[in-house]
Ligand binder design. Structure first.
Ligand SMILES: Cc1cc2nc3c(=O)[nH]c(=O)nc-3n(C[C@H](O)[C@H](O)[C@H](O)COP(=O)(O)O)c2cc1C
Length: 356
């Protein structure tokens, strides 16, 4: 895809991606903010908009400090490229891996990536983590974890926001996996043929224990939406949580993630790292999430749009936009360091209902 002019905002990337993509595919992948059928997506954006900044002035902040760490990994700024399956051409996950490495952050490789983990690991040069699902056939999940460990992934991320009955919108999950290793391809094709790559609706906390027992790598659970489940993560030896509703692609009518974040930060109470995703589109969103207690934000659509529009350069540009917008918002608000954002930087209004 080509844009013609340099996108100056993530909204520009969304627009360019929409113009270049089949409308039905765009709707399937991303939905529409404001569409009642995508109410959770709308709630995610509304929950960011409901948080307002309280800038401090005359603070002398000229060059804010952006670098931080998550799970022991140094990051040049608190934004992670989250997992999105089924990236189109433009070198797919390789483009995202290279851009994440250049930007000094990490790519979380989707369990249903279109590029083999072997190639992504080489391109990412250590800047990658592996996301997994609990498939009906647990041996597929286990194989993916073991493969990721062998390839040097820095963490395992278990996504739990699309368990349960996923018939609602996404019955067929395309997994066009074609790796160079015939054994890898065979496992996936066999699994797909047997329906094994269906998500298992019967997953439970015992499965987290099982996954925990497979690896010493940091284990992150992505898809936590309540204080109760955050507390269970602590009980089950999880090293980090991502407050996420899968970008609103599955359960509808749930809270925006910025509305859920405060109770989860409170339940975790600094014992492990909390991150958040869902609707991050500007540097101000990153700053708001940090003020409420997130260590990092993860991006889904924004990185996908960047990659789809202009491959590695597009993904890099998306990350640079977020970085420069975050820096300028920090300077404008008198915040000197991403690691010590005063909670008093934000107020929270009641969240408007846009569901119609
Ligand atoms: C097209 C698409 C594919 C996705 N695929 C995955 C996936 O394979 N694994 C996963 O854990 N999350 C997946 N997600 C969810 C994202 O990781 C992330 O939680 C969500 O997109 C964040 O919201 P945002 O898109 O508004 O930033 C996907 C999201 C989109 C839009």
């Amino acid at each position: 895809m080509s844009t013609g002019s340099t996108p100056n905002t993530i909204a520009d990337f969304e627009h360019a991606c929409r113009q270049a993509m089949d409308p039905a595919m765009f709707e399937f992948l991303f939905g529409e903010h404001g569409n009642p059928n995508w109410s959770t997506y709308t709630s995610n954006r509304a929950s960011f908009n409901a948080v307002k900044l309280r800038p401090r002035v005359l603070t002398g902040v000229a060059d804010p400090h952006l670098s931080t760490s998550l799970l022991g990994r140094r990051l040049s700024f608190p934004v992670i490229v989250g997992p999105t399956g089924g990236l189109p051409g433009n070198a797919g996950e390789l483009a995202q891996a290279r851009a994440a490495r250049t930007a000094g952050t990490v790519l979380v490789l989707s369990s249903v990536a279109t590029t083999p983990a072997e190639e992504v690991a080489a391109a990412a040069d250590g800047h990658w983590w592996q996301q997994v699902f609990l498939y009906r056939d647990r041996s597929v999940t286990e194989w993916q974890v073991r493969n990721a460990i062998e390839l040097g992934a820095g963490a395992i991320v278990l996504t739990v926001s699309n368990t349960g009955d996923t018939d609602y919108r996404h019955k067929a999950v395309p997994v066009p996996y074609t790796g160079p290793d015939p054994e890898v391809t065979r496992r996936f094709v066999d699994a797909l043929g047997a329906g094994a790559l269906e998500f298992d609706p019967a997953v439970a906390w015992a499965d987290v224990d099982w996954l925990r027992s497979l690896t010493q790598l940091p284990l992150v659970v992505k898809g936590i939406q309540t204080a109760e489940d955050a507390a269970l993560c602590l009980e089950h030896g999880v090293d980090g949580v991502v407050v996420s509703n899968h970008g609103g692609r599955f359960a509808q009518g749930v809270r925006g993630t910025m509305e859920a974040l405060p109770e989860i930060v409170e339940a975790i109470s600094g014992r492990i790292d909390v991150s958040v995703d869902g609707g991050v589109r500007q540097g101000q969103d990153v700053l708001k999430a940090l003020a409420i207690g997130a260590k990092t934000v993860w991006i889904g659509r924004a990185a996908y749009w960047g990659q789809a529009v202009d491959g590695e350069a597009g993904t890099e540009r998306v990350l640079e936009l977020l970085r420069s917008e975050l820096r300028s918002m920090m300077a404008l608000c008198g915040v000197g360091d991403v690691n010590s954002v005063d909670p008093a930087l934000v107020t929270r209004e009641s969240i408007p209902t846009l569901e119609g």
